[in-house]
Design a protein around this ligand. Structure first.
Ligand SMILES: O=C(O)CCC(=O)C(=O)O
Length: 252
């Protein structure tokens, strides 16, 4: 699916927007499921991993509905991951983040997992699934194009030259080299702005969420061979990495 110009944009800018990626039906299913989970989990939502003022969050979503088990194996997104990370990668986590109406929930620029490329290259890549429109004033994602190539993390409060706001219609997916500096912005509108993050990492790094420890026996039993591979369920090295990094399920 990836054209040469898509690859070039991912390589150069560090992100690629795929408008209309989700069908209206699939978008509706994700929105319905996320609303159900927010209602079910209430004040605890996101608590397993991170709660963030001015937002509603969900974590460990692969354990929370078949729709999330399927999304991690989306072929076009896996192709993008392989382009950025190389062929040996795995799921790190599936989370949801919704910027509340009228909230100062803007985030500092950051790279996911505080990751800096190492001698082998890039090791984190995220996909941001717009479950609502991302508009100029509702908490859209800001990005610093090219910053994944700078080999360092932003200083606290640092502003990047040529920073851009990524807007788009609900159903768009933005693939993002997660070393690229980015962050959510304040929501100045009357309505929430929801995104799902389907996040992958190179196989030699720990998962943000140790899937084997977090997924129910039912979810593990029905996983296809490809999904087992993506979740690293049969990967002794992943077990070793998870124990070594001291995660009890979640690596913060
Ligand atoms: O919700 C967003 O658009 C960005 C969130 C983000 O970058 C994060 O939570 O690390």
């Amino acid at each position: 699916m990836l054209s040469d110009s898509d690859k070039q944009q991912l390589d150069t800018d560090g992100f690629l927007a795929l408008p209309g990626f989700l069908s209206p039906q699939a978008l509706h299913q994700f929105r319905t499921k996320v609303a159900e989970l927010f209602a079910l989990e209430g004040d605890n939502a996101g608590g397993e991993f991170r709660q963030e003022p001015g937002t509603q969050r969900l974590a460990n979503c692969v354990n929370k509905g078949e729709i999330f088990e399927r999304v991690i194996a989306t072929p076009e997104i896996l192709e993008c991951m392989a382009h950025v990370l190389g062929p040996e990668f795995k799921l790190s986590s599936v989370n949801v983040r919704s910027a509340n109406p009228h909230s100062a929930c803007g985030q500092p620029l950051h790279a996911d997992s505080g990751a800096i490329p190492d001698a082998r290259g890039y090791w984190v890549c995220n996909s941001v699934w717009m479950l609502d429109d991302f508009t100029p004033d509702n908490g859209s994602l800001r990005v610093a194009p090219g910053s994944h190539r700078w080999g360092r993390l932003p200083q606290p409060g640092e502003v990047a030259p040529d920073e851009r706001l990524v807007t788009g219609k609900a159903g768009t997916v933005v693939v993002m080299n997660a070393h690229m500096w980015h962050g959510g912005t304040d929501n100045h509108t009357d309505v929430p702005r929801c995104a799902m993050h389907v996040y992958y990492t190179r196989r030699d790094k720990p998962q943000q969420q140790y899937q084997k420890q977090l997924l129910s026996p039912e979810v593990q039993a029905r996983a296809t061979p490809q999904v087992r591979w993506l979740l690293a369920l049969d990967d002794a090295e992943n077990d070793r990495l998870s124990v070594q990094s001291g995660v009890s399920g979640f690596l913060r």
